[in-house]
Design a protein around this ligand. Sequence first.
Ligand code: FES
Length: 110
Amino acid sequence: MEDEFQYIAKVDEIEEGKGRPFVMGEHRIALVRHEGVLYGVDDVCPHADASLAFGPVKDGCIICPWHYAEFKLETGEAMSGPVARGIRTYEVKEVDGDIFIKLKKPEATD
Ligand code: FES
């Protein structure tokens, strides 16, 4: 099941420049729209488990609202901050007003 796309949200639930948290089984996911592109990433900061969905989005990165670690939305790579690793990213697609996500993905990048 995890290697198939699953419904997660309506397209109009995700506003430009903002994230929103979702729980899919054991996965905590942040959906984020930045410059028109939809991203799915882990909603757990590897530093101290903050929800990244509530962090600001800037220059292709989502910024942890607690201690400001920055992660590239496209790859999950950690760009700065007190973290030793990045976050996982997930394939997402928009079909007829619905958003689908594929939860299986390689491990986080450094
Ligand atoms: S919890 Fe994210 S940087 Fe500390």
